[in-house]
Design a protein around this ligand. Structure first.
Ligand SMILES: *Cc1c(COP(=O)(O)O)cnc(C)c1O
Length: 321
């Protein structure tokens, strides 16, 4: 059966549901980076979103549309961390039970935060077990509704509200850089960008070790890879989704990759010059802007800082390295 893809209208509806629940995150600038890159950069700071990443947007948008029976049984989710926290907080705000399937090597801060929002955490080994399988089994067993981290119309429509806010605040941009895992954020951003800034060059950014999105984009079919080894733990996805991929294929201009070292350099910049804690995955956008700077001279460039959740001692090690 063909699926119905969400449109910008769904992003607008999501932004109305999120009003008063999600933060309208700040857009920050830095003269230092503008001088370094030779462009005017606008950082949309989702590290200051509730739960520390944009994932709360999609989660709340999805859960707030549950009917009475779904609310009573609750939600199950599988996630390397930020989706888990988004779902856990949204469930707690909406007064429903939540069970979260998380990898044993997820950052301790993310596990603790998820439990802190009142969710039940179920751990699995990300290299040997299938999280989707475990999630689906739980959903059947307990009658819970499974909300996947990216491949769901309500999730991606919710994620698209961040770029909507960015364009509404700063106007059209020449280019916009967005981190890419399974593509919830990038596909939602595509809907907002094509509606509000049709000429903007939209760039998805992946870790070099996990460039399935780039390969899928270039070949026109979803490419599956093994779980990539990268410090960008929010982008360790193995494939794009049936909802996210067609939207990306149609509306994104290009997908580029960056190395872990380039992510660390960006993390250091954010900490030292902008006084911000940004997790490795949140650094994808800036790392790519630096790489493509020759093409961006004199341009107005948006960067979505997707999240700021990182163990404090791990952050210390990266800043020291
Ligand atoms: C989930 C996540 C991403 C990737 O988002 P997708 O919707 O899976 O593409 C990027 N950065 C952070 C911080 C995330 O939590």
């Amino acid at each position: 059966m063909p699926i119905t893809l969400p449109t910008y209208k769904d992003v607008v509806a999501a932004s109305q549901r999120l009003e008063g629940a999600a933060n309208v995150t700040p857009v920050l600038t830095s003269r230092t980076i503008n001088r370094e890159v030779g462009a005017e950069l606008f950082f949309k700071c989702e590290n200051y979103q509730r739960t520390g990443s944009f994932k709360f947007r999609g989660a709340y948008n999805a859960l707030s549309q549950f009917d009475a029976a779904q609310r009573k049984a609750g939600v199950v989710a599988f996630s390397s961390g930020n989706h888990a926290q988004g779902i856990a907080l949204a469930a707690s705000i909406l007064g429903m039970p939540a069970a979260i399937v998380m990898p044993t090597d997820a950052p301790a801060a993310k596990v603790a935060a998820t439990r802190g929002y009142g969710a039940e955490v179920i751990l699995y080994d990300r290299y040997t077990e299938d999280r989707a399988e475990i999630g689906r089994a739980l959903a059947v067993e307990r009658g819970m509704t499974l909300i996947p981290p990216y491949d769901h119309p309500d999730i991606l429509s919710g994620q698209g509200t961040a770029a909507k806010e960015l364009f509404e605040e700063v106007g059209a941009l020449d280019a916009l850089f967005v981190g890419l895992g399974g593509g919830g954020m990038l596909s939602g951003t595509t809907l907002s960008t094509r509606a509000l800034a049709p000429d903007c060059m939209l760039v998805g950014v992946e870790p070099q070790a996990g460039n399935d999105g780039q390969r899928s984009f270039e070949s026109g079919a979803i490419v599956r890879i093994d779980t990539p080894e990268t410090i960008a733990d929010g982008a360790q996805t193995q494939f794009l989704g049936n909802y996210t991929f067609p939207i990306i294929l149609e509306g994104v201009n290009r997908i580029v990759t960056v190395t872990d070292d380039e992510l660390v350099a960006a993390m250091k910049f954010f900490a030292q010059r902008m006084k911000m804690v940004v997790e490795p995955t949140g650094c994808l956008g800036l790392a790519a802007v630096r790489k493509l700077k020759d093409e961006l001279q004199g341009k107005r460039v948006g960067v979505i800082i997707t999240g700021g959740n990182i163990d404090i001692d791990k952050l210390g090690r990266f800043l020291h390295s």
